[in-house]
Design a protein around this ligand. Sequence first.
Ligand code: BG6
Length: 469
Amino acid sequence: AHPHFSQNENFALVQNGIVENYQELRGKLKTKGYSFHTETDTEVIVRLIEENLKQTHNLKEAITKSFNELKGRNAIVVINKENKTIYAARNGSPLMLGIGDNDFILASDPSPLLKHTKQIIFLDDHELVTLGDNYQIHNLTTNQQIQKEVQTLTWDVEQAQKGNYEHFMLKEIMEQKHTLAQAIIQDPELIKNIAKEINLAFGVYAVGCGTAGKVCLAGTYAFSEIAKKHINFAFGSEFPNFHHFIQSRSLLLVVSQSGETADTLEAMQTVQEKNGKVVSLVNVMGSTIMRKSDYSLLINAGPEIAVASTKATTSQLALTILLAYACAGRYEDGLALLKQTAQEVTLMLNNQLQENLKKLAQQIKDRNDLYIIGRGANYPMALEAAIKIQEVSYIHAEGFAGGELKHGPIALIEQGTPCLALIANDETKQDMLSNTIEIKSRGAYIIGVSPENNEVFDYWIKVPDVGIA
Ligand code: BG6
């Protein structure tokens, strides 16, 4: 649906975001005689710029005025046909400028820029960049010109290419052979300092969105078991509801691959407004979340291009676990355990596994529903597995805590319904096996994901067991 053109086709606009007050703006513009060809909020921005242009007679000023009237989280790019100038503005949605040898490129994520340049400026909210022969950045509120630091990406171009893989997600899954080991290469002093802050804080909240949110929930189990420490969990979009409990001694542990997720940024703002501290685990160097954090750790996973997060997730988990060990004063034990885990994962990700999983997928691909159960830290993993299957396979999938399935959802199990049982070799094992038997007795086809086989499994996916240090 993009770009949208002005009526005289003198400028065109693309948008990333949602204009929350678009109906109100559209109503006002209609009374001024504007007609609309679409139902989109994007077209409203274009007409608003046209209207403001009547007063300012200057496109840049009209864009500034219009953008400041928008509510919601938005980034826009406008190209002017006459002088070939490009304007781009940000408020809430990510926007970055790649600086090439002979060109400039705007994007919402660094990955597509890599092929062209490693020199990047991350735009902040309320900033407008003007691109002609050169670039200029202005603050949208004060109109002051701003000098911004140019960051150099450490990623390689090859990392952002598919190579021989069929698609990026598969490539990124296989990259876990290296990414886990890279995630734990950190400055020990920094980790120990962060652990000190976490231990001193009065109320720790782990916050992320989507997959990163599941990592945060898994983190609550890791901190409980390893550091005997209670940390709270909330998805980014839900966190502001807990602002009543936030104070200057609160600490937010933020997890985000991109470092740009708006709901996560809003959660940070909630804490920072009350002078609380923010520790973040991010993948994109120089990203907004990284820059706005008091402490930040890079997960070193390289560019993650597939929308469904894979390698970044396991790297985030590894670092969360390392932090939990550091909080328990056992950083070295945690590091040794994670190094061993990285080796085991490397061995696990072999061709045979891929072939076996392909066959299994053929068997279950035509089913309408799929359920996943797990207990303890495998409960968030069950939730995570479900969103991954939904997002990639378009199969209805749901994750449940092993003990919760019997309280209702078990009614949905039919003859042959595929159910994944995530069974760890720990104190949850026996209960998980009982839950698995319950659903098998309802006719479920049990896919056990476990270090050991069990007669209740119809299919077994073997995973390594490194235990706990
Ligand atoms: C979603 C992606 O849109 O954003 C998920 O589909 C991701 O894969 C989530 O986990 C949060 O993103 P980020 O960059 O904050 O980890």
